[in-house]
Design a protein around this ligand. Sequence first.
Ligand code: SAM
Length: 455
Amino acid sequence: MNTLPALFEERMRKLLPEESEAFFAALQTEPPVSIRLNPGKPVPISRLFPDEQIGLPVSWCESAYYLKSRPVFTLDPCLHSGTYYVQEASSMFLYHIFGQILPAHPVRVLDLCAAPGGKSTLIASRLSSGSLLVANEVIRSRAGILKENMIKWGTSHVVVTNNDPADFHHLKGAFDIIVVDAPCSGEGMFRKDPGAIQEWNESNLQLCSERQQRILADIWPCLKPGGFLVYSTCTYNPGENEAILERLIRKYGARSIEIAPLFPGIVPGNSTAHCYHFYPHRIPGEGFFTGVVQKTEGEEFRAGKVRKNTKHPPPLLPGDIRAYIRTPEYYRPYAKDNIIGVIPEQHSEFIQLLEANLHILYQGCEIAEIINRKSKPLPSLALWQGLNKANCALLDTDRMTALTFLKKEDIPVPPKTAEWLLVTYHGQGLGWCKHLGNRLNNYYPKEWRIRMTIE
Ligand code: SAM
């Protein structure tokens, strides 16, 4: 590992007087590897990894496991089918937090700083299907990766947006829960990503803190009275952690929420606010900080009048597209250019409101593209949890064939039973092939294709 910045070392020795040697020693060890299974694409862990590689479950998150060594994830088709997500274990604590703050009724959740999508995929599976998640990322290129990961995860009660926090000002009181996993100085990533050490500098700490305050000031009005804001960072710097939560309480009258029960090794912060530190010498995970506050006052959400789009009423779903959808009555179709998609009916007005104010990259599930009045199923449909596989012609593959497909190369041609074949691996969709009689056209998106050599 690169040499740690002297100022960082000095601060950590003060913060952890008795434990600093154990802390620095932990930074010299290999970071643990952990994955979280997709409950909507159930494949038992024993089918995904050899027994000797599967470690203990992550104690604060359901269906999450440590792996004893790091596989070449790119060469596992199950990663590409969204059967699991590779996520650092400490940040999975959000699962436990949601267990405490999620009400029984459907909610609207905003994940404001969402790319690449670790927390958004977790939240999407944690919410009931009557809820809605808005996963937002301000940086365009990172928002594209977020969109890809959300499509692969395959939930359709999600809207992916690419906006600055200030762009949400039309949505006062709109969200029951807002997650701000803030951009930070990244000290908690020093072990996993040595590049974070190079990027660290003292003057940046103040800039990070100011940016965090700005983000929270912009988004606070969008939280509904009684709603919860989950704040987190991957740094140890008190100026970006405790100080930020204390300011929320002071400035906005927010109520600090205690998370209980805790798990052994998680360290409550030194603050008037309830907050929690994850240190690598205490728990198997990277450095992480989190705290939850509740809004006690503010504006209730008023949807206002959403102008009915009479020029473009929702399209009628052609029979072949409708047949792809397991519960069509739950969705409202939309048409955008020549793409037909669906969004959850019960959130359609809210999504229209988002459309009027934000830059939406993806909503619900894009089902098919209409070309010359014929429908071509889209990659997102293959990965969707709501796909009615009973109405698809399946081409189940072995690992090498699946990887060849994911490289967008030719795979063996089966006898023709249907025009469109859903390529699957371990029963989960990867994408589509079109049967042309003597060969298959591979419709895997070229921007997603594996570029690595297959072994
Ligand atoms: N929540 C993500 C996950 O679990 O996969 C990780 C988020 S990362 C810690 C912080 C994100 O905030 C980055 O994707 C970064 O691009 C974004 N960001 C950077 N500047 C921002 C700003 N001014 N406002 C909002 N988000 C910002």
